[in-house]
Design a protein. Structure first.
Length: 155
């Protein structure tokens, strides 16, 4: 955690419980570079996480679950978002128009890739919804056919 001393610090178990994942998931996300790890932490010392770390993990889990992303896609999405955050910081520093143009040109393909991931998931979900709708139609047809027949008991 790269926080000031008055910022809330959480241990890994607290974060896991708060976010609804296992401590193993948190460690794995750290290994993948999805979640920052305190490199200044002495060996054997407890991992400590800031509110920003918890928020990032919650967002990663939300994206993973919402979009059904693979870990590779999640990494790609997170890297694009980190890059965009850096570009936003550059923008907020009040650069000249030439620098703003470069920032916009760098941000555009990042957002396009993120949008492509979302649209791919939408397509997959639409196909799944269509197949469920078809199955529901078949079940409704069977229900209607069977409801018209006299009920026979096999007792």
């Amino acid at each position: 955690m790269t926080a000031q001393t008055d910022e809330q610090a959480y241990r890994i178990g607290e974060v896991a419980e708060r976010v609804g994942v296992t401590t193993r998931t948190i460690r794995y996300y750290e290994e993948l570079g999805l979640l920052g790890c305190d490199n200044e932490r002495p060996k054997g010392a407890h991992r400590l996480y800031s509110d920003a770390d918890v928020s990032r993990l919650q967002e990663l889990i939300r994206l993973r679950d919402l979009l059904g992303l693979s870990l590779e896609e999640l990494i790609e999405l997170a890297e694009a978002e980190d890059t965009r955050a850096g570009l936003r910081n550059r923008w907020e520093q009040g650069p000249d128009d030439a620098e703003r143009l470069r920032i916009v040109q760098q941000a555009t393909p990042l957002v396009e890739r993120q949008l492509a991931l979302v649209r791919a998931r939408q397509k997959t979900l639409a196909q799944f919804a269509d197949s469920l709708q078809e199955r529901l139609g078949e079940l409704n047809k069977l229900n209607a056919e069977l409801s018209e027949k006299p009920v026979r008991s096999e007792a």
